[in-house]
Structure formats: structure tokens, C-alpha cells
Design a binder for this molecule. Structure first.
Ligand code: ADP
Length: 682
């Protein structure tokens, strides 16, 4: 049986082989069947009949039982042993209308009987019925084969994630299933350019080659003609010039398929104006199938098959190719996603390996999931040993562990901090949360930079500033003293000038005092710690400025939860923190605004926030806010007097107490400054 006949799409009267030694019987059969449109071949003996059957596979055999060489039963048995003849209907023609003959015939594999002399109507009715049954059987078989093929293909495609392999598999399966001569698959990128294309010929595989993006999208099936370039091992080389590709897209068949999202069947492409010819393709006639690959209503590619025989492909073939294309579209999109993810992964890996920043990531349980080479060097641990272990086990006593714990229990915001390593180096870190994916839980990642040299510079600068400040103290006091005397004795313009000198000297003194203060705090010389109740300190701080707030038209409110446990620290310094933050809130909030001071305790920490509805701070400058001398460069802030040292002092004090300080702000809407300190025992 021919491979195309298997698909049951060609309906024709059929070829009938008549094997009979009786000339009259053969003649009647030839005449009657010929009149009904059948093509009849005749054989006068069993041997000749078997030879004819082998030469041109008949659609039905009319077989006499009493032949001179072999009987009809034996001929039937022999035919049925060969799979080629397994499904060809055989009608035994006999003069014996008895049960025994019929049983023998059926057991040998015959389908029906005719008793000689046969009637014309009966002969034709039996032939028609058997041929119809044969066709139905073939159609069922084709449907079964198609289902099996699609099932196998879908399993194979699902198991494959390599994009090039999926492309090649699709083209080769399509060629093999439809017995095409050549096939091509164009995969489009998200902008409609050609991402990949593969070619293959019957029994030959072509490796997929990445294509440079071109303005044009589809690849014309005409390029399925063998290319000029030397064949690659295992495949054909594609040498389609970009210009040809451009033509193909403008007016080509693949472009037509993409634009219309429609499949197409051409009995002879050489006559079709959409078929763009390439050099060397001399209008060779060929039958073509082209179907779009559609995923979520988007064309992602075009699958094309050709066969050199004109009119070779049938509408049934087009249906099968459509089914293959719909399986392929999903598999290709999946493989493409996988490839993109792999690329992302490789890119990230290169960044992680190449960066000087030490990076540590933990999962939601605090187990280490990543240590890049810089982190391995900096922390002196290897990822192989640390992977999957709790971070506190791997880095006992490290400040990073506390920081991870705090972000885990807090809102998970990025948290900056410093780590002093035993060898004297200092690392600056920020921790950010890793959003949880659909399947995996998230985690946190810390990025660390070695800021030892910056710290040294900072220390030198502090020393210098503190020496200079110290030396400025007495001359400033002298200037202020004499200016005050002059202010009192002089009059008019001179009196005013002396007043300005006095104000300037006073400002300078404040600056010098603050600088000396900061130096003292940062040096860590103040080690005396007593139990301090922050709720009480905050309440006193609010009380002290409530008159001033009232006078400025600002509603100052305190929401302080009573704290059962104190903080171990310096009450003077902690009060300084509160005064600075509340003072700033009042300073940078216009009349009519609100300032709210809150304090509450969680398990082992106390948190204080000062929220105002003032001028707010631009997002971009937030990271610089706690730097010394930093003042936000907007007129609304710089028009208010200040030294830019208050927040640096706040930060230094909070950190000396083992805590953290932060700010959240929106320009024009207000700011919230907060700090958290560890609680001591009751
Ligand atoms: P200053 O003496 O300038 O207030 P600080 O160190 O206390 O110095 O504050 C630094 C800068 O931060 C200020 O100059 C101001 O621009 C900004 N700032 C501080 N607190 C607030 C606030 N509550 N609202 C708006 N801006 C603020």
C-alpha cells in the first residue's frame, strides 16, 4: 500500500486484479468492472496473479478458487502473509456454493464470495462495498497514525528544552510525517524579525543557525532549494542573502502566511506570484504547504514543506501540518523562554563572578544560597561548605547575621550598615529582599563593599577637624567677647556691625561645638551606659518644644507606648537624638502642619519615629542625608539655618548604641525619621 494512500484522501474507482483461468469469466469481469470505471488487470494463473499483484498493488482482487497451478485458498494465504496485501479485499469466485468452501475461504483470509456464473449487479455491489470498507479502514488507520504521531511528537517536544533541537525536531518530524522533500521553519523574534531558521531535507538534518536580526521577517520557502554554500556535516547550509529575505517578506509566501495568520496549500508554487525565487531556483515546479505557528494569537513562526511532485500535498496533509504547528508553537515558545532565562542566568553569573563587591544571599529560612567569589575571599569561607547552612552557623557573631535577622523580622526594606572584620577591614553593606517567585520562596541578598580605605580617610579627616575645631574654640570665644563689648559701647552703624560679628561668631561656635561633639561620639570614648526609658525621654523632649510648636502653629503629638524594658545607654546622648529629630521636624514643617512622635517595643527592640507633614526630601538625596554637612539643596531647606551636622550626630549616637537609623520621605508631603535600639533586660 502506498504511503499517501494510507492517508485515505484520494477517492478514485480503483484497480482490480482478476485472477481466473476461464477466459469468459475474465472477459465478463473486465467488461462489467470497466464500465463501472474500474481499471482491470487480468491473470490466467495463480503464479501470474501473484506476480501482477507484486507489480502494481491492486485495490481489490477477484480470485477464482479452481486455478490450474495453485488453488484460490493457497493464493489467498500467501497474499495475507505479506503486510502489503493484508488489507486488500479478496473476493473468491467459486462454482461450489457450499459451506465448507466458504469456511475454507474465510479461514484463508478471503473477505467475500461470488458463485459462478456471477451476476453483474451482484459483482458490482460486492466490489463497491468492499472498496468502501477498505477506504473507511484506511481513513481510520490514518487517523490513528496521526493521533499516535502527534502524541509522540508532543511527548518528545515537551521533553526538549534546547531551542535549536526543538526547531530541528519539528522540521524533521513534519518532513517525515508528510513524506515531504524539504522543510523549513522560521522562528520570529518579538519584533517580527527572524530569530532562527532551520532547513532540512528528507532523511537529512540541518542544524539551526542564529540569524542576525533583519528588518524582514519570514523566510520564503523558495530558499528551501539547496543553497550555494558547501553542505555542513549533517545538514544543508543556508546562504540566503538579507536582500532576498527582504523580498520574501515584502511579497513572499511566508510573509503572506504571517500577515494573514493563514495556512496555505499550493499545488504548484512555480506559478504563484508569492513564491519568491532565489538564484539557481529555475521555477522548479513543486507542491507547497505553509502554516503559521501561532501562540496566544501571535504568529511566532512559519513552517513550510515542499515536494517536487506537483499537486502532491492534500487538504488532509495541511490539517496534519496545522496540528504539528500548533504543538510546535507551544514547545518553541517554552524553549525560547528557557533560552532567555539561561542567558539571564549566565549574565548574572558573569556579574557575580566579575564584581569586586562581596555578595551573600539567604533564603527565607536564613540558609545561605549564594556566596560569590568576592564574598568567599572577604569572609574567608567557601560556598561549597556554606551552601544551605544557616548564616548564623557560618558567620557566628558577624554583624551581617543581625542585619539579616532584622530585615527578616522587619518590613524587608534595604538596610545599610557596616561590618568590622577581625582583621581590621570595614565592609559597608546593604540588604535587599528577593521577591518570592511563583514556586520558590524569596530571600535576602547583602551586597558588601570594602570601605576600609574610606574609613581611614574619614578618621584622618575627623582628627584634623577635631584638632582645628579645638584650636578655634578660644579665638572664637575671644572674638565673641570683644564683639559683645563693642556691641554694647558702639552706636549706629558700628553697633550693627558689631552685632553681625557677634552672630557670626556665635554660629561658628555652635558649629565647632557640634564638630567636637561628633568627634567625641564617633571616637567611642563615652562608654558609660545606664538604663534609659526611651518613652520617658521622648515625652520630656516633646514637652520641652511643645511651646515652640504651638507658637509656630504646628500640632505636636506624642503616641508613646509604655516600655517595660529600658535601653542601655547614655540618657544625654539619646535625648540629643530625640531633640535633633523633633527639632528638625518642627524646623522643616510649615505652620499648620503636624509632627507626631511614636515609640513602641517589639520582642527585643524599641523603635521611635518622628513623622512630620513638612517639606519632605527628594528621593534621590535620601542616601546622603546622614552625611556630615549635607543639607538638601532646595531653597525650602537651605533658607532655614542649620549646620548639616544634626543627622550625622543622630546616626553616630544611634550606632554607638548598637541601633539603626532610617528615613522615609516624599517631597512636599513630609518625612518620617526613625531609629531602633536593642532593649536591655528588665
Ligand atoms: P541641619 O542643621 O541643616 O538641619 P541636619 O543634619 O539636621 O542639619 O539635617 C540635614 C538636612 O536634612 C537638612 O539641612 C534638611 O535639608 C534635611 N532635613 C532634616 N530633617 C528634615 C525634615 N524633618 N524634613 C525635611 N528635611 C529635613
Amino acid at each position: 500500500m502506498g504511503e499517501k494512500a494510507m492517508q485515505g484522501t484520494r477517492a478514485q474507482a480503483g484497480n482490480i486484479l482478476v485472477i481466473d483461468d476461464d477466459v469468459d469469466s475474465r472477459t465478463w469481469a473486465r467488461v462489467w468492472l470497466g464500465q463501472a470505471g474500474y481499471t482491470v488487470y487480468e491473470a490466467p494463473s495463480a503464479e501470474e496473479g501473484l506476480a501482477q499483484a507484486a507489480g502494481r498493488t491492486p485495490d481489490l482482487i477477484l480470485l477464482d478458487v479452481m486455478l490450474p497451478d495453485l488453488d484460490g485458498f493457497e493464493v489467498t494465504r500467501r497474499l495475507r502473509q505479506d503486510p502489503v496485501y493484508l488489507n486488500i479485499p479478496i473476493i473468491l469466485v467459486t462454482i461450489l456454493d457450499d459451506v465448507r468452501t466458504k469456511v475454507r475461504g474465510l479461514e484463508a483470509g478471503a473477505n467475500d464470495f461470488l458463485v459462478k456464473p456471477a451476476e453483474q449487479a451482484e459483482l458490482l455491489a460486492r466490489v463497491r462495498t468492499l472498496l468502501r470498507m477498505k477506504r473507511d479502514h484506511e481513513e481510520l488507520l490514518a487517523e490513528k497514525n496521526k493521533t499516535a504521531l502527534l502524541y509522540r511528537l508532543s511527548r518528545e517536544l515537551n521533553a526538549e528544552l534546547d531551542l535549536d533541537d526543538v526547531l530541528t525536531m519539528v522540521v524533521q518530524s513534519a518532513i517525515a510525517s508528510l513524506h515531504a522533500h524539504r522543510g523549513s521553519l522560521i522562528l520570529l523574534d518579538e519584533w517580527g524579525g527572524v530569530l532562527r531558521h532551520v532547513f532540512s531535507s528528507h532523511g537529512q538534518a540541518a542544524p539551526a543557525a542564529p540569524q542576525p536580526p533583519v528588518a524582514a521577517s519570514p523566510l520564503e520557502p523558495a530558499v528551501l532549494a539547496p543553497a550555494d554554500g558547501p553542505p555542513q556535516p549533517g545538514g544543508e547550509r543556508c546562504s540566503v542573502a538579507d536582500s532576498v529575505r527582504g523580498n520574501i517578506v515584502q511579497g513572499g509566501l511566508a510573509g503572506w502566511v504571517i500577515q494573514r495568520q493563514e495556512a496555505v496549500l499550493l499545488a504548484d508554487a512555480s506559478n504563484d506570484p508569492r513564491w519568491v525565487r532565489v538564484k539557481g531556483d529555475d521555477a522548479v515546479p513543486c507542491s507547497v504547504l505553509a502554516v503559521p505557528l501561532v501562540h496566544q494569537e501571535q504568529v511566532v513562526g512559519v513552517l513550510t514543506l515542499t515536494h517536487e511532485q506537483v499537486g502532491y500535498f492534500t487538504p488532509g496533509d495541511l490539517d496534519l501540518l496545522r496540528s504539528i504547528a500548533s504543538l510546535a508553537a507551544g514547545a518553541l515558545v517554552k524553549a525560547q523562554l528557557f533560552e532567555t532565562e539561561e542567558q539571564e542566568h549566565r549574565r548574572l553569573e558573569a556579574v557575580l563572578i566579575g564584581t569586586d563587591d562581596a555578595i551573600v544571599a539567604v533564603n527565607h529560612k536564613g540558609q545561605i544560597t549564594l556566596l560569590n567569589p568576592a564574598a568567599e575571599n572577604t569572609l574567608g569561607i567557601s560556598f561549597a561548605e556554606a551552601a544551605g547552612k544557616p548564616i548564623e552557623e557560618v558567620l557566628p557573631g558577624n554583624a551581617l547575621v543581625n542585619a539579616f535577622r532584622q530585615v527578616q523580622s522587619g518590613p524587608g526594606r534595604s538596610l545599610p550598615g557596616e561590618i568590622a572584620l577581625p582583621d581590621g577591614r570595614t565592609l559597608f553593606f546593604t540588604i535587599s529582599s528577593i521577591a518570592a517567585g511563583p514556586r520558590g520562596e524569596g530571600g535576602w541578598v547583602a551586597v558588601m563593599q570594602d570601605i576600609t580605605h574610606l574609613k581611614q580617610l574619614d578618621r584622618l579627616k575627623n582628627e584634623f577637624v577635631s584638632i582645628v575645631s579645638h584650636d578655634l574654640r578660644s579665638p572664637l570665644a575671644t572674638i565673641h567677647g570683644y564683639a559683645e563689648v563693642l556691641y554694647k559701647v558702639l552706636e549706629g552703624e558700628n553697633h550693627e556691625m558689631a552685632g553681625r560679628i557677634m552672630t557670626g561668631a556665635r554660629r561658628l561656635s555652635v558649629l565647632v561645638e557640634e564638630l567636637l561633639d561628633l568627634g567625641k561620639i564617633e571616637s567611642g570614648v563615652e562608654t558609660v551606659r545606664t538604663p534609659c526609658h526611651l518613652d520617658q525621654l521622648a515625652s520630656e523632649a516633646v514637652e520641652t518644644v511643645s511651646f515652640q510648636a504651638n507658637a509656630n502653629g504646628i500640632a505636636l503629638e506624642a503616641q508613646l507606648s509604655p516600655l517595660s524594658r529600658p535601653v542601655l545607654g547614655s540618657p544625654v546622648r539619646l535625648r540629643q537624638v530625640l531633640d535633633n529629630l523633633i527639632g528638625n521636624a518642627l524646623k522643616y514643617t510649615p505652620s499648620g502642619g503636624t509632627v507626631t512622635v511614636r515609640a513602641w517595643a517589639t520582642e527585643d527592640r524599641v523603635t521611635v519615629t518622628v513623622q512630620d507633614s513638612g517639606i519632605g526630601i527628594p528621593r534621590a538625596v535620601l542616601p546622603r542625608l546622614f552625611e556630615k554637612f549635607y543639607r538638601v539643596p532646595v531653597p525650602a531647606a537651605t533658607s532655614i539655618p542649620g549646620t548639616g551636622l544634626g543627622l550625622a550626630i543622630v546616626k553616630a549616637i544611634v550606632e554607638q548604641h548598637g541601633g539603626q537609623v532610617w528615613v522615609e520621605s516624599e517631597e512636599g508631603k513630609g518625612s518620617t525619621f526613625g531609629f531602633a535600639l536593642p532593649l536591655g533586660s528588665e
